[in-house]
Structure formats: structure tokens, C-alpha cells
Design a protein around this ligand. Sequence first.
Ligand code: C2E
Ligand code: CA
Ligand code: CA
Ligand code: CA
Length: 274
Amino acid sequence: AKQSGRGNVREYDSSFDSAIQDRIRLEREIQRGIERDEFFLEYQPIMSTHDRSLVGYEALVRWQHPERGRVPPDQFIGIAEECGLIAQLGEWVVRRACRDAASWQNGLNVSVNVSPIQFTTSDLPEVIKSALDDSGLTSNRLSIEITESTFLIGNQIIDILKRLRALGVGIVMDDFGTGYSSLSHLRNFQFDKVKIDRSFIWDMIKRPHAAAIVDVILFLGRRLGVDIVAEGIETSEQLAYLQERSCSLVQGYFIGRPSQTIAEKPREEVLESP
Ligand code: C2E
Ligand code: CA
Ligand code: CA
Ligand code: CA
């Protein structure tokens, strides 16, 4: 039946129809992927610029699809959000990250990305509390990363964030500077960390405008007493620039790539660079 179904679509093919077909297929495959354990996590190190030691890792979800191969998160997170599967996938991510971190000998922290949808379709503080209890991970070793669009769900977001804070979980503002009314979110909630969006770091050395924005975010972080994390560092110039301006935490391919086994220290080049 599956064969003939596919044939039918092909015969009066319109690219619109096939896009919808693809989409429906992908939804089913995400569901199946969760059931069949096709998702896994990679961990990207986060480094302190003070002594170039690692402080923790960001968990990034990966999908090893049996036929499609490796599917990047940009190609399935959005769909999982729209079809409601993100609650299930997101809970799996939180639970796995907590269990992994609890087993790390170095006792470093783990940071997990959370979709805005997870705040509306599940009781996130409850899910996280249960993941912490089941794994035995101390709450201060876990952070969640949220984007500015999370604030679009309404005022109740502040109460939920406060409940998470009360558990002892760190709250990180991700992709800072790319959403709407970025500054007002910093006024309304005291984040533990703010991550400067990768696009500013990317341009910083070549474009004075991007550098100016980075400088101001670093200044703002000091005034607000919030640690600033710079992500997307790919070169020693970028690291040097940020270090000169006392950016305390950095992350990027230059420091270490995401990987299934956690790095114990930054890449050799980082330790050798001025
Ligand atoms: P993000 O949270 O901004 O994560 C950082 C992304 O930048 C990751 O892409 C990471 O691999 C990449 N990256 C790190 N260092 C560098 C660098 O030096 N240069 C460049 N060009 N890229 C770098 P990835 O893993 O493809 O994830 C993309 C996005 O997917 C994430 O962006 C996040 O929004 C989402 N995502 C990933 N894992 C999860 C998850 O478990 N849950 C949810 N809700 N979203 C996730
Ligand atoms: Ca992130
Ligand atoms: Ca980010
Ligand atoms: Ca992002």
C-alpha cells in the first residue's frame, strides 16, 4: 500500500504536494526515531578565559537517521515544535543530559537548549525536577538555554523561570541580540548568563559595527552582574579580542567541537595561543 501511495503522488506530481508528503513523512520518522533511540547528544565545551579551563558543556541533539544519515537539528527541531513532538524529544534531551553529566568524573556543568514550546506543552519545572531526581545530578550543575522568542508565550514565562531558578537550575539567555526587544528581557529577569549570538562574533574582527555591539554587550554584562558567553569562536584573533575585553566564557570550534565524548581540555592550539 505504501508503494502504490508513493506512485500516486509521483504521477500528478506538484512540488507543493511532495513538500507536504515529505513533511508528513518526516514527522512520522521523528516519532519513530524517538521510539527507536535514533537521537543522541553531543557536548561542546565551554571555556573560562581566566585560566583557559573548561567549566561545562552545551548539549546538542543529533539524529542518526537509518536512511537519511545524519540530520542536523535545524532540519528537525522546527518540525518537532510544530507537530508537538518537541515536548517528548525535549524531555528525552534533559533526562539524557542529566544522566550523562551525573557520570562525568570532572564534575563540570551541562547546559541544555529548551524550546519555547516546552514551556507551554509541559510543566517544565516538574520535568526538570524529575530528571534531576532520577539522575542524582545536583541542580547547580544544570543550566537551560532559552531564546528571546520564549518571552512571546506571555507573562507567565517569568513565573516559570522563577520556579526553575528556585530548583537551583541556571538560566541562560541564548542567541542574545537577534530577537525582539532583547534589552527588555534583561530588565525583566536576572539571567545567570547571556550568550552573544554567533553572528556578532563571526563579524567582529572585520566589521567595526559588530565589534561595537559585542563591546556594549560585554559592558552591559558587567553593569548587570551577568556572565557573558561568546559562542562561535573559530579563530585565535576572536579569542584574543574577547579575552582583552574580559569576556569570561567562550565556546566555538576553536575551543572544541561538539562530540559524543566530553573533552577534558581545550584544543592544543587554544592552550598555545597568546
Ligand atoms: P544554538 O543553541 O545556538 O547552538 C549552537 C550551534 O552552533 C550548534 O549548532 C553548534 O554546533 C554550532 N557551533 C558551535 N561552535 C561553532 C563555531 O565555532 N562555528 C559555527 N559555525 N558553529 C558553531 P547545531 O548543533 O547544528 O544546533 C543548531 C541549533 O539547533 C542550536 O543552536 C539550537 O537552537 C538547536 N538545538 C540543538 N540541540 C537542541 C536541543 O537539544 N533542543 C532544542 N530545543 N534545540 C536544540
Ligand atoms: Ca544554545
Ligand atoms: Ca546560540
Ligand atoms: Ca540558535
